[in-house]
Design a protein around this ligand. Structure first.
Ligand code: ATP
Length: 233
């Protein structure tokens, strides 16, 4: 079953075509790599999938019905590239606030926070202010804040930027675990090796357009055989 179906999506900034007629679908439970160079249109596309932007044209179907940002946002977790934590708030109260914003009761939120803080061994961070944490530590808090409400669709924009190898590995394992549990994941990056390592499906975009779309294994094979000529210039 497809959790997400996107049809002829377009978004223009005045006359600039940031997303130019892109269609694709994502199977439930898959890890979908969105790959493209800087300025390709990845963030603009993700913002339409999270209801931050309305498309100029096109259709998004989420979980079998037309995407309704107001209702569906509670089923989506979005970790944006520019991290969105409140720097002056304590980590504990911030995660509680963010989980409640996503519809969890205080009890559910507290239990989910405990689960993730134990798992990441960061209980000593509860009473620290976000701006007392390093960038990498903030990134872990951001990741946890994004998954606390068990989203059906988890959207990660460059989740490893600024993380050391150990913490990158930790987050990577959690991505695999969540996928195994049925969470559908969009993993946006400009690094092919990350897509190869983590994703089962890849969509390559450039200059607002879809260049290719398919299984990672199939596309690697076709690259090897020289069937694709992808101009990213
Ligand atoms: P990066 O990997 O650098 O974040 P991206 O693939 O996420 O890039 P977008 O941020 O979606 O790409 O930008 C797509 C295009 O739209 C770029 O050419 C960018 O300059 C342009 N753009 C993005 N935001 C705006 C805006 N608010 N106003 C005008 N143009 C914009």
């Amino acid at each position: 079953m497809n959790l997400l179906e996107v049809s002829h999506l377009k978004k223009y900034y005045e006359t600039h075509k940031a997303v130019d007629d892109i269609s694709f679908s994502i199977q439930q439970g898959s890890i979908f790599g969105l790959l493209g160079p800087n300025g390709a249109g990845k963030t603009t596309l993700l913002r339409m999938l999270t209801g931050i932007f309305y498309p100029d044209e096109g259709k998004i179907t989420f979980n079998g019905h037309p995407f309704d940002p107001e209702k569906d946002i509670q089923y989506i977790g979005y970790m944006p590239e520019e991290r969105g934590l409140y720097k002056k708030m304590m980590v504990g109260e911030q995660t509680l606030y963010l989980a409640q914003l996503k519809g969890l009761s205080k009890k559910e939120a507290t239990s989910s926070i405990k689960y993730w803080f134990d798992k990441f061994d960061i209980n000593s961070w509860y009473t620290k202010k976000v701006d007392e944490l390093s960038k990498g530590m903030q990134q872990k808090v951001q990741f946890i804040s994004t998954v606390l409400h068990k989203p059906k669709l988890l959207i990660l924009d460059e989740p490893f930027t600024g993380l050391d190898p150990i913490n990158s590995e930790m987050i990577k394992q959690e991505i695999f675990n969540l996928s195994k549990e049925g969470t559908t994941i969009i993993f946006s990056t400009h690094r092919m090796e990350q897509v190869e390592e983590i994703c089962d499906h890849i969509m390559l975009v450039n200059k607002g357009q879809k260049i290719l779309d398919g299984s990672v294994a199939g596309i690697k094979q076709e690259f090897k055989q020289g069937l694709f000529k992808v101009g990213l210039g």
